[in-house]
Design a protein. Sequence first.
Length: 206
Amino acid sequence: MPVALRAESFVIPSNEYRRERWRNGLGWTREILRRSLGGVNLESDAEHWDWRLSIAEIERDAAFSTFEGVDRELVLLSGNGVRLRFVDGEVHELLPPHERLRFAGERALTGELVDGPTHDFNLMWRRDRVQASLWHRPLVGPMVIFAEPGTAWAVYLMAGQATFCDESGLPPLAAGDTAVLQAGQSRLRHVLDGGGEALLIRIEPV
């Protein structure tokens, strides 16, 4: 049965992110949101989400939590880098300014700090339910975002400031804020204007 989709757009200020322990208790994350495919926020449900955005605070070398059936993409936001050492022998370094890596959530690994703590943007999605794409883009003047029916976009403003120049009534974005743009049965259009850098995330059903 098709998922009932509703159109809605909103901004989450960075001071409203929730700081919580990693699933394995070995670190901290600032959760931006967890969301169902139909566009429902799941603040009270720690596990039954379809996609999730957070910022991992890596303060010491530690094993990462594992997530069955989940794919992940990690983007270095700040700090001198983190070395991802997988138990299968693969090693990958996320170095400044904003290197990133996509990997399966089932893969066991340890994060090793290169030189001091890091903050890392963490996108996770259930691969049997949704597909996720992520882009790092400069924001120089107006940017038009089209959300096709049934899709959602998230905009995480890494640096700078931006304003929605449309009739959405959405508040401005400051560095660290996130906008969520969820289309329903019709195409959704937003115009974002400003300067800085952003991560753009598109979520669509499988």
